[in-house]
Design a protein around this ligand. Structure first.
Ligand code: ATP
Ligand code: MG
Length: 419
């Protein structure tokens, strides 16, 4: 019969990989907790409107990438392409802001985007996501970036490159938009279909286009920096001076606009030269209008998302997480009563937290030793029926080859050997 395979662009994470996933997750939890963040877990499925309203209609994600379908009750649902909108929905739905408008949240989990699968780009991928709600202060922007960089370095990422920009606010961005629109007017013929279509709705999207011709054109476009209002200019200057306090190197990239509509003021991206075309490891920014756009009060926010798979690809060689714990002991049993005894002992030791293995095929000693070797057990307890009667067994050290006689009486003194 033909094997059923996984869906294209959806990947299995196999046992030999999960150790590194767990290690990275543990580091994230530890570092984010130190910065006062708490975990939130939100569903992977939401009403489609949440994303069309939150992310913006004229974005790549909403126009082309969402897994949207009608369920059997004819409700229009979407597998989440990102976590920010869901987290804000939860924050509003559970009135978290009523008790404390400041919420520092993180979540780790799968996201879904129907993109063309390639290296570093999957249809189900994972993000480590942080959202800090309720703070407008530019020192928070720098603090979030500090935390992000510290985390990336803690898991072994080398030379992350920080790009920052200010995208302005509803007071100053419209003038910039108009100016980009007039800059692009007359150049329609050279733009790709998507960009041409979006000229009217979302001309800033052209900055995010990956098509060479569009990129070429947009390099000569006016710069947002020249359009920022006094408040945004001041906010951005303070973000940069706060980064300097921690000696954080950055490049101001006035052409970094980011693919989601909700960003205001600070936007940032972490890139690396080691990932080829998919060079962004993490991206984020401030979204001071999003909570209001989703029906909530006027509360500012800032956050980022790290691409888990890309981070792992980058740190494969530089960080070796502790190898998964090898078994403390293998019990090789020879004979019926020895096997019975071994079965009980094996599971009793596991109940006491020991990692113990045995064989269930009643094979000879040689095969059992081979199995112990394959499992990389440090020690083997060899028990035969005769040993059971004598309440004794042999304990072999698989590294030194040394073998000692141990008692199977009540006081398993040899347990202390199992370190
Ligand atoms: P890109 O420009 O590479 O498409 P993006 O701007 O769409 O990235 P964000 O929405 O900012 O990405 O998501 C944050 C991070 O999630 C990215 O920096 C990247 O590391 C990761 N990411 C995004 N899309 C994918 C994907 N399809 N497969 C794997 N990782 C992804
Ligand atoms: Mg994308």
């Amino acid at each position: 019969m033909e094997l059923i395979t996984a869906v294209k662009g959806f990947k299995d994470i196999l046992p030999e990989e999960t150790g590194r996933w767990q290690y990275v997750e543990d580091q994230a939890r530890r570092i984010f907790t130190a910065f006062g963040c708490r975990e939130i877990r939100v569903p992977v499925l939401e009403k489609t409107d949440l994303f069309t309203r939150g992310i913006g209609e004229a974005t790549d994600i909403v126009e082309k990438e969402m897994y949207t379908f009608r369920d059997r009750g004819d409700e229009c649902l979407t597998l989440r392409p990102e976590a920010t909108a869901s987290i804000i929905r939860a924050y509003l739905e559970h009135h978290l802001h009523a008790t404390d408008p400041i919420a520092k949240l993180y979540t780790i989990g799968p996201m879904f985007r129907r993109e063309r699968p390639q290296k570093g780009r999957y249809r189900q991928f994972h993000q480590i996501d942080v959202e800090i709600l309720g703070h407008e202060d530019p020192r928070i922007d720098a603090e979030v970036i500090l935390m992000l960089l510290h985390f990336l370095q803690s898991v072994g990422m080398e030379s992350p490159h920080l790009e920052v920009n200010s995208l302005g606010c509803p007071a100053c961005r419209p003038a910039y938009r108009t100016s980009v629109q007039s800059f692009l007017a007359g150049k329609e013929a050279d733009l790709c279909d998507d960009c041409r279509r979006r000229l009217g709705t979302n001309p800033l999207r052209v900055f995010d286009c990956k098509i060479e011709a569009c990129r070429e054109i947009i390099t000569k476009a006016p710069s947002i920096t020249d359009f920022l209002c006094e408040e945004c200019k001041d906010h951005f200057a303070q973000v940069l001076s706060s980064l300097a306090i921690f000696d954080i190197a950055y490049t101001v990239n006035p052409r970094m606009v980011r693919g989601l509509d909700y960003y205001t003021r600070t936007a940032f991206e972490i890139t690396t030269e080691f990932l080829g075309a998919q060079n962004a490891v993490a991206g984020g920014g401030r979204y001071d209008g999003l909570i209001r756009d989703l029906g909530g009060p006027d509360i500012p926010g800032i956050g980022f998302a790290i691409g888990f798979e890309r981070l792992l690809a980058l740190t494969a060689d530089t960080s070796a997480p502790p190898p998964s714990r090898l078994p403390d002991l293998f019990i090789a049993a020879l004979g019926v009563s020895a096997e019975q005894f071994a079965y009980r002992l094996c599971n009793n030791l596991r109940l006491r937290g020991r990692k113990v293995e045995m064989d269930y095929q009643s094979r000879g000693l040689k095969s059992q030793m081979k199995r112990a070797d394959k499992l990389k057990c440090r020690r083997v307890l060899i028990i035969g029926d005769r040993e059971i009667e004598a309440q004794q067994a042999e304990m072999r050290d698989m590294v030194t080859g040394e073998q000692v006689r141990v008692s199977l009486g009540d006081s398993f003194a040899w347990i202390d050997m199992l370190v």
